[in-house]
Ligand binder design. Structure first.
Ligand SMILES: [Zn+2]
Ligand SMILES: [Zn+2]
Length: 152
């Protein structure tokens, strides 16, 4: 088992969850993915390797991973998308969703992330809060769709 997986196994077991073969496969599907996948898409990916897996099992596994902070759930139009949160190197980043092609994009340039952190700090200081997580999602047209519409 890769060292990352051993870490997740310990994390799950420490919190009273079994690190089953199926949960391992669901986790790997999220970790391997470069984009944000919803439950159905993750389910399809895991099913390629294990035909016996059920959608409910995938749901349950993702809920556990979300509770433990391993993955981050992003909600867009009532659909939950998941991305790796732990060790991702970009715990705070802004999302952009294209309403035409539905892709969700990470907006994570260095300077923007710095501004984002400043915004978090400001919120904390001015309102006496402690912020652990944040979800900012901008919506509009992605550059690809902008081009496509221009050429129509
Ligand atoms: Zn688009
Ligand atoms: Zn993201």
């Amino acid at each position: 088992m890769k060292s990352d997986l051993v870490y997740f196994k310990n994390l799950l077991e420490k919190n009273g969850h079994n690190f089953t073969v199926t949960r391992k496969k669901v986790l790997e599907a999220v970790l391997d993915s470069k984009t944000h996948l919803n439950v159905k898409e993750l389910y399809e990916k895991v099913k390629e390797k294990d035909k016996s897996i059920g959608l409910a099992t995938v749901y349950r596994a993702l809920n556990i991973f979300n509770d433990l902070g391993i993955v981050k759930e992003i909600n867009a139009n009532g659909i939950s998308y998941y991305e790796k949160k732990i060790f991702s190197g970009k715990p705070l980043h802004i999302h952009f969703k294209c309403f035409r092609c539905n892709s969700i994009i990470d907006v994570d340039s260095k300077s923007l992330n710095l501004e984002y952190l400043k915004l978090n700090k400001k919120l904390e200081e001015e309102n006496n809060l402690e912020i652990y997580d944040s979800n900012i999602m901008f919506e509009g047209l992605c550059s690809k769709c902008k081009e496509e519409l221009k050429n129509k």
